[in-house]
Design a protein around this ligand. Structure first.
Ligand SMILES: Cc1cc2nc3c(=O)[nH]c(=O)nc-3n(C[C@H](O)[C@H](O)[C@H](O)COP(=O)(O)OP(=O)(O)OC[C@H]3O[C@@H](n4cnc5c(N)ncnc54)[C@H](O)[C@@H]3O)c2cc1C
Length: 374
């Protein structure tokens, strides 16, 4: 990488790549222990896969989750503990009422009352971005650098040297004793050039680890009230007809009404069909399932994560696949003492989930603090 003339040089104990849940959690723990951190994110916002917006798609403190919306404290105690520690309020996913199942286009949908709904999904009051704001509040504000894409990491006798690129194409240099890579391993392999190079088997493993939910797209339809509840419907539906395969009541804790569905059309076909065509098909499906009122929402939104280059790579345009939990080290060779992977996908427990992001971040922070070398 050739340095540009006006390149700046900075120094920190730990450089954290990614300001999602994992990056912010690791930074909070490290800074609390007196370790200086720079948190670098290529986006113009914090949160990564967590985005909470209003019906106009603008950031909201009482909004709808374009990324993750649920956590399951019963089976994921670590995220439950963190939510409690941060003093965040949560509520149960609305599921009272009947579920609808669409099996075939040529037969009417089936309506049934589910018996066992364990484990119950919970949502954060205000949306998942509440978690991001709470984690960010534990981090020194001037340590977060947005619009800062890490493109190269070089190992030297003194530690690591990162090269970053800002939104104007300007490069900067950051010296750090350690790097915490708080992003999906597949993105790390695609974005960052390592000198010396990572071992071939390491890169193959990073590339082969699917980024959880990256191939998916969410559709939202916003209404003046959750009218489906009046008809005894929970808002939950499953479909083998499509375009959505799974639908849920996305109404906020304060009563802002919405239905949300995961679009089952593969990413390539979504791109070819375009948003207008998909929106019309999704609304027609909602009307089939929840009644004619669903056809006339106040607004709609689609978030296609496969089209977001800071979440998905070309490998994520196809079905994602299962992430096998593993406690094998993610880094080998000369980088092993300097680079720590902390994205959710690297967690040995609940990889891919919010819980995994918290656990992977806490693991990385603990290992760095235990070495006492920063
Ligand atoms: C549609 C969808 C629904 C989901 N639903 C749920 C759910 O209900 N429950 C659940 O538990 N989980 C869910 N997940 C998964 C959850 O979102 C993730 O587990 C979690 O957000 C991952 O956090 P992270 O910090 O590990 O990574 P990310 O949030 O992906 O953060 C990585 C950050 O790295 C940044 N970055 C990337 N490349 C670079 C670079 N070169 N330089 C600098 N920065 C870079 C990105 O901009 C990003 O901000 C869902 C995900 C999606 C997409």
């Amino acid at each position: 990488m050739t340095a540009s003339g006006d390149e700046r040089m900075m120094q920190t104990d730990v450089a954290i790549i990614g300001a999602g849940v994992a990056g912010l959690r690791a930074a909070g723990m490290l800074q609390k222990a007196g370790v200086s951190c720079a948190i670098l994110d290529a986006r113009d916002r914090i949160g990564g896969r967590i985005v909470t917006v209003d019906a106009d798609g603008q950031p909201s403190e009482d909004g709808f989750d374009l990324g993750p919306s649920w956590f399951w404290p019963g089976t994921q105690p670590d995220i439950g503990r963190l939510v409690e520690e941060l003093g965040l309020a949560s509520f149960l996913q609305h599921s009272d009422g009947d579920v609808v199942f669409e099996r075939m286009a040529r037969e009417p949908s089936h309506r049934f009352r589910p018996i066992n709904q364990e484990p119950q999904s919970r949502r954060l009051v205000g949306g998942s971005a509440t978690l991001i704001r709470a984690l960010a509040a534990q981090v020194a504000p001037d340590s977060i650098r947005l619009n800062t894409r890490v493109i190269e990491a070089r190992l030297t006798d003194e530690g690591a040297v990162l090269t970053t690129l800002d939104a104007d194409g300007r490069t900067d240099i950051l010296h750090a004793m350690r790097i915490v890579a708080a992003l999906p391993p597949r993105l790390l392999a695609a974005h960052v050039q390592f000198l010396p190079a990572q071992r071939a088997d390491t890169i193959v493993r990073w590339q082969a680890t699917p980024t959880w939910m990256a191939p998916h797209a969410k559709f939202f339809a916003f209404y003046d009230r959750p009218f489906w509840r009046e008809a005894g419907l929970s808002g939950t539906a499953q479909s083998m007809v499509g375009p959505m395969v799974e639908m849920h009541d996305a109404t906020t804790a304060t009563g802002e009404a919405a239905l949300m569905g995961f679009i089952g059309v593969p990413a390539e076909q979504r791109a070819a069909r375009g948003e207008a065509d998909l929106t019309a098909a999704c609304l027609a499906q909602l009307a089939r399932i929840f009644g004619a009122e669903a056809q006339a929402p106040q607004a709609t939104l689609i978030k296609d994560w496969a089209a977001d280059p800071l979440t998905a790579t070309s490998a994520d345009r196809f079905a994602g696949g299962y992430i096998a939990p593993s406690d094998r080290p993610w880094v080998a060779g000369p980088w092993a003492q300097h680079l720590f992977l902390a994205g959710s996908e690297t967690s040995a427990v609940e990889p891919g989930y919010l819980a995994g992001a918290v656990m992977a971040a806490e693991r990385a922070a603990r290992v760095i603090l235990s070495t006492g070398q920063v």
